[in-house]
Design a protein around this ligand. Structure first.
Ligand code: NAP
Length: 310
């Protein structure tokens, strides 16, 4: 009997690393990279950033893995109901996000942008250093990434809060939920971090109304997805001084077109969707564990609940 095929359709360079890891750890599974020219009936697993236009050519597909933490790039209606869908939850992505948000939070807290401007102007001028305890961080989302970020920021002494759809209880974190909790959460937040999935309910959430509730001088760290943000609302809030600065890892579209105001804005730090990346070594461990879970009827790590869209 021929082996099951695991088909990979994403960055081919990292795909080569996945192939070597599969060969070493799961030689019983045949690893193939897109484009696939073998028998489509043998494909049981597909890992993709962007899936093929139609999945119907793989009649025996059992699990679709997103190689990223989000699944908003998938058309959920086009995925046959019997195919399980898992997003990527692996230590490499988590560690990268903890680093990025910590870096951004500390750079805001320690006024890195202002010192950069002062240096350019050859100005030697100390600004008062406030303790971390005086800077309140709030994270939109209380999922895998947000919770790991909050552990780190809480350890640095920042007063921490989080907002989610359902109510959570997390030691040392003030937890808010739902539409009724959002205003109070925003009103106590000096540094707002977005770590939400992109769904119909969260698209455009970073808008004028939301910014207006933040205290004057608050800052934004946007690590969710580009369409969470109303770009004009951000520019207005920055230009009026209501928001002091923004660190943006994601935008819409990616990359931004030449001449877009974000490129040159003195109060915006922009990075090209690099806050965290799936790391082949740890991702393949999780994927192989998930294949085992799938066969033994256990819940998959990162299983997407299609009804709620994340
Ligand atoms: P997750 O574990 O699924 O957590 C999502 C969180 O968002 C949950 O706490 C959920 O609430 C909350 N949420 C969802 N819809 C909501 C709504 N309508 N109102 C309030 N809260 C809502 O996801 P994750 O692994 O932490 O990843 C989060 C997101 O980070 C990804 O979807 C992606 O957009 C982004 N990301 C970005 C990068 C990058 O490099 N920039 C890398 C990885 C991930 P409940 O707890 O109540 O379910």
């Amino acid at each position: 009997m021929s082996a099951d095929v695991f088909l990979y359709k994403a960055d081919p360079v990292r795909g080569a690393e996945w192939a070597a890891l599969f060969a070493a750890k799961a030689p019983h599974i045949e690893f193939a990279q897109w484009p696939y020219e073998g028998d489509p009936a043998r494909v049981r697993y597909l890992a993709a950033w962007l899936p093929p236009a139609s999945l119907s050519c793989f009649p025996n597909l059992e699990v679709l893995f997103s190689v990223g933490a989000g699944i908003n790039q998938f058309d959920l209606a086009a995925i046959p109901p019997q195919v399980a869908l898992a997003r990527m939850v692996e230590p490499g992505i988590v560690g990268g996000m903890v680093e990025y948000v910590t870096l951004a939070t500390l750079s805001i807290h320690r006024e890195w942008l202002a010192y950069r401007e002062q240096q350019r102007a050859a100005t030697w001028q100390a600004r008062r250093v406030r303790p971390a305890g005086a800077r309140r961080v709030g994270v939109l989302g209380l999922g895998v990434l947000a919770q790991a970020v909050l552990v780190q920021l809480r350890g640095l002494g920042f007063p921490c809060a989080g907002w989610s759809r359902s109510q959570h209880t997390i030691e040392g974190v003030d937890c808010y939920s739902g539409a009724e909790g959002l205003q109070a959460f925003l009103a106590r937040t000096d540094i707002l971090v977005c770590l939400l999935p992109l769904t119909d309910s969260t698209r455009g959430i970073l808008d004028r109304a939301l910014f207006a509730v933040l205290p004057r001088g608050a800052a934004l760290i946007q690590c969710g997805r580009g369409p969470h943000l109303d770009q004009n609302a951000l520019l207005e809030a920055l230009d009026s001084g209501h928001l002091s600065q923004a660190v943006l890892d994601v935008c819409e579209p990616e990359p931004l077109p030449a001449g877009h105001p974000f490129w040159q804005h003195p109060r915006i730090m922009l990075t090209p969707h690099v806050a965290s990346m799936t790391q082949p070594e740890t991702a393949v461990e999780v994927v192989l564990d998930n294949i085992q879970r799938h066969h033994s009827g256990q819940v998959l790590t990162g299983l997407v609940e299609r009804g709620r869209g994340y």
